[in-house]
Design a protein around this ligand. Structure first.
Ligand code: FES
Length: 104
């Protein structure tokens, strides 16, 4: 388990014990953050799992082309912090990561 800080759309922050091997999206959903809809179930086709990485962006692999294309079409895209949480596999290296769920 690794600690990841998650902030919802109302600005409330909670630390979750994230399970290694699952995606960040799956972990956020498992911890009852309903703001993160993840409508496509992780197929990288909906952009409703968009988060802003506010701490630890340097620990993540760069965006793949599919992820980057979806994010760049979002009106809330921020080049420095935007990621699709379904494209991030949680590993021990991500301990201490902090994310904020992006508006739709
Ligand atoms: S859940 Fe649809 S793109 Fe991530």
């Amino acid at each position: 388990m690794v600690k990841i800080s998650v902030t919802n759309l109302a600005g409330q922050t909670r630390d979750i014990d994230a399970e290694v091997g699952l995606t960040l999206m799956e972990n956020i959903r498992e911890h009852d953050f309903d703001d993160l809809q993840a409508l496509c179930g992780g197929c990288c086709s909906c952009c409703t799992c968009h988060v802003f990485v506010t701490k630890g962006m340097d620990k993540l692999d760069p965006r793949e082309d599919d992820e980057a294309n979806l994010l760049e079409d979002s009106e809330h895209f921020d080049d420095a912090t935007s990621r699709l949480s379904c494209q991030i596999e949680v590993s021990d290296a991500l301990d201490g990561l902090a994310v904020t769920i992006a508006p739709e």
